[in-house]
Write a protein that binds this ligand. Structure first.
Ligand SMILES: [Zn+2]
Length: 141
């Protein structure tokens, strides 16, 4: 199995490592939209897990601890005016590398980098939103 993030974790591929612990690693994404300002960092679990929803609870918590640490570093060291955090999972979300990763990006006013909604989104009724919440509240594990 070829996985560039597993190669980075194992030291077989080069990356600029921000921090790591026993189960997670953070490194600099090769794409830097606000360069030379800001920072676009990737946080990964060291074990190969393809999708966010397959992460065991303990590893999920470890990944989020690293996301919080990196967010704080971006806020203080590159004067980020905001932080965006996201993860794309599956082909419908355009997941580019089949190894869970969270993007942590320094944001600046009017940087134009991320827009979740291209157009005005739908605003379903409260009852419709309650129905969706009810579906999603069912245990999955
Ligand atoms: Zn991997």
């Amino acid at each position: 199995m070829e996985c560039v993030f597993c190669d980075i974790v194992a030291g077989r591929a080069r990356a600029s490592i921000v921090c790591e612990d026993a189960t997670t690693m953070a490194f600099v994404d090769r794409r830097q939209p606000s360069w030379p300002h800001g920072g676009h960092i990737l946080v990964v679990p060291k074990p190969h897990v393809e999708f966010l929803y397959d992460l065991p609870d303990e590893l999920s918590a470890a990944v989020m601890r690293t996301v919080v640490r990196v967010s704080g570093s971006l806020r203080t060291t590159v004067a980020a005016e905001g932080i965006s955090v996201w993860s794309s999972n599956g082909p419908g979300a355009d997941q580019e590398v089949p190894h869970v990763h969270l993007h942590v990006m320094a944001r600046y006013a009017e940087d134009g980098v991320l827009r979740i909604y291209r157009d005005r989104p739908h605003y379903p009724s409260p009852d419709e939103l309650d129905a969706l919440a009810g579906l999603l509240s069912r245990p999955i594990r």
